[in-house]
Design a protein around this ligand. Structure first.
Ligand code: ZN
Length: 687
């Protein structure tokens, strides 16, 4: 057994990655970080542990300033908007933070400034002057994100100075070929600027010992492996400050125009939020961060491992008064329908949209994301799997068992819990198995194996379902009602156990189940017991715990993604290359005129062709055009067009076509008339 499970702690500080406030939250965030963190915390609370669950929005950094610039609003307006959306999504999905704060709060500015000053006063930083790109038009240093150019690895022309989004390589702005300022479009120049660095290399021997030796057995292999790789490559001093006007001002007089790097200020946000929670609740926040008998656990995605396992512990160690994380159970990534989730490509299931389309089905998503959690490797979310897990697991096993139990109790015992009669070997065996579940589930949760824990919960529902099916109370009631009393008593006790043990995973359904059983929420230590419901206890109204999800709902979601894919392809489609060069004389042979459609009809027995009569200003003539799939004849009468009038006539379906109408055609084959933007006299020359 691992150290952190064997050790006992007086209190728990559980943090979850601060989502970046420049967009809403999607299923990847929920699966990777917030659902597992919430399961863990709800479990601890059910065990009556002292726990604080910290969350908040990360509101500094360059992408927010880029978004603000793009939308013509201030960075503050950007973060206000998304902080609100994100916070609401978490509330809607039952993520039970004790506080959901934000890094733009004054208490955070105070806490992070103090942290910086403390390290500065202790002489923990190195000062370095370095060359950085500078935009002379905008008179500002450029963050790496503000520089675009060609990726040296894959040749992608729109790579950012910090990363190529085409091949995923992490870059330095100086790696880019043909760098350009994203602000002005000009070529940036190099200029000197002074910054403060945290000498991570100084902490490398300690980090090697702390991670590679002390946490060899209790950290997840994906986390441990990534840390080892970073440490084996050797750590470098890391800049703590940068030139930017959005963020936390560096609290030094000589640092005008500089802010703290977001990687430095964001994790301190966990501490600020805990302080804020302390102020709100009157509790002393300090033991949660400074007492050795507190267990600090960071829930994050794999892209954040280096910051939470190496950089932040390095900062905490340098500061000296804080505890270190006991574990960092980072998850891998969740993909969507075999493709990487991407905000910029809108390839995601957004939580706020999900709730509009599947109202009241938060637990279904929590269930599917946990059952399929990317705990050890990247995993895939598909809508078919979502439907199958709802219909054949939640509904067919869990829901069906609870529903049959309650309906039969209503029917045979007027909704009152029947007394347990004589028990046989099978009854005893089922009760003994039931008693073993709390420990099995707890152990999996404590080892951060939430899929396994959820599967055990479902095994309890399976046990109940099988017991009910095999004892067949609906058959035995006539001949042996006493037997049915025992059977239903045991089934009801299993239902009450499911409510306790299911609460961390499926909080909405557990609350519903408690209402149906007319029970208060019970604590974890009660689970396993076969007398949660006493004889004669009156049950509440039976409701459906889960509903079938029909094909049509799933097809609509799949179609939505296909539409997204199509529009992405259209957006990324590149124009076909230009044709060989021609002389002006060649162009001069072409006689283009403005004309107006004065009559239009479909050409019989064709799908695509319209017969048009055009007033060319020179004459009125017939042109056959392949636009019938895009235009109804009656809608284009009076439309001004550009017509090639000196094209040799062609016979199409028995009609002489005299000339050609110019159309623009896009990637999808969509057509549009090429016409003057203001009405022109028919016969005007186009050149
Ligand atoms: Zn690339």
């Amino acid at each position: 057994m691992s150290d952190s499970v064997a050790k006992t702690f007086k209190r728990y500080t559980v943090t979850s990655a601060l989502p970046y406030a420049n967009g809403p939250i999607h299923i990847g965030h929920l699966a990777g970080v917030y659902v597992p963190a919430d399961i863990y915390v709800r479990y601890l609370r059910s065990k009556d542990e002292d726990v604080v669950f910290i969350g908040g929005s990360d509101e500094h950094g360059v992408p927010i300033t880029i978004k603000a610039r793009k939308e013509g609003i201030t960075p503050q307006q950007v973060v206000d908007k998304y902080h609100g959306i994100i916070k609401k999504s978490f509330e809607d999905f039952g993520v039970s933070f004790d506080i959901y704060s934000r890094t733009s709060n004054p208490i955070h500015h105070k806490t992070a400034s103090e942290f910086f000053t403390n390290l500065y006063d202790k002489g923990e930083f190195i000062e370095k002057t370095s060359l950085q790109y500078y935009d002379e038009e905008h008179k500002t240093f450029l963050a790496d994100r503000y520089i675009t150019g060609t990726c040296p690895h894959c040749g992608f022309e729109k790579a950012y100075g910090d990363q190529c989004e085409n091949c995923g390589t992490t870059l330095n702005a100086t790696d880019l070929i043909n760098p350009k300022s994203a602000m002005s479009g000009s070529v940036p120049v190099m200029r000197d600027t002074k910054h403060w660095f945290l000498p991570l290399d100084k902490y490398e021997p300690w980090l090697r010992e702390w991670i590679l030796e002390s946490h060899k057995d209790d950290w997840k292999t994906n986390v441990y492996g990534q840390c080892k790789s970073w440490l084996d490559h050797g750590l470098q001093p890391r800049a703590v400050t940068r030139d930017l006007d959005w963020g936390l001002k560096v609290p030094l007089p000589e640092a005008e125009g500089k802010v703290l790097y977001v990687w430095f200020d964001a994790p301190i946000g966990y501490i600020s939020a805990t302080r804020e929670w302390g102020e709100q609740t009157g509790k002393d926040w300090e033991p949660y961060w400074k007492s050795a008998d507190s267990k600090l656990v960071h829930f994050i995605g794999k892209d954040n491992i280096v910051f939470h396992c190496i950089v932040f512990p390095g900062m905490l160690k340098a500061e000296g008064s804080f505890i270190l994380p006991e574990n960092v159970p980072a998850n891998e990534f969740l993909n969507l329908e075999n493709d990487k989730i991407s905000t910029s490509r809108n390839w995601a299931v957004w939580l706020h949209e999900y709730l509009e389309e599947f109202p009241g089905k938060q637990d279904v998503l929590r269930y599917v994301l946990t059952a399929n959690a990317p705990e050890t490797k990247d995993n895939d979310f598909t809508w078919r799997d979502f439907q199958a897990r709802n219909n054949s697991e939640l509904l067919a096993v869990f829901g069906n068992f609870v529903n049959r139990t309650l309906v039969l109790t209503q029917k045979y015992f007027e909704g009152k819990v029947p007394a347990l009669g004589p028990v046989d070997d099978y009854d005893r065996q089922v009760m003994a198995e039931m008693a073993g579940f709390p420990e099995k589930i707890a152990r999996s949760i404590e080892l951060y194996r939430f899929r396994e824990a959820l599967n055990e919960l479902m095994n309890l529902a399976r046990l109940g379902n099988k017991y009910l099916t095999e004892t067949e109370p609906w058959k035995t009631f006539k001949t042996n009602p006493e037997r049915v009393q025992t059977n239903l008593n045991i089934c009801l006790q299993i239902c009450a156990n499911l409510a306790i043990l299911g609460e961390p995973f499926l909080p909405f359904s557990a609350a519903k189940l408690n209402r149906m059983l007319n029970l208060e929420t019970s604590k974890w230590d009660k689970a396993g017991s076969a007398d949660l419901l006493s004889d004669g206890h009156l049950l509440g109204e039976a409701e459906l715990l889960f509903e079938r999800i029909e094909d049509a709902a799933i097809e609509a979601q799949v179609q939505k993604l296909l539409d997204t894919k199509k529009s992405n392809e259209a957006e990324n489609a590149t124009a076909s290359p230009a044709k060989p060069v021609i002389e002006f004389d060649d162009f001069g042979k072409i006689d283009l005129r403005t004309g107006t459609i004065i009559a239009a009809e479909k050409v019989a027995k064709t799908k695509k062709l319209l017969k048009l009569t055009i007033d060319t200003g020179i004459d009125k003539r017939t042109v056959v055009s392949g636009i019938a799939e895009y235009y109804e004849p009656e809608n284009i009468i009076g439309q001004q067009v550009t017509i090639l009038v000196n094209l040799a006539p062609r016979n199409l379906k028995g009609i002489d076509s005299q000339g050609m109408i110019l159309m623009a055609e896009d990637h999808d084959g969509r057509l549009s008339f090429v016409a003057p933007t203001t009405a022109m006299k028919n016969g005007s020359e186009v050149r």
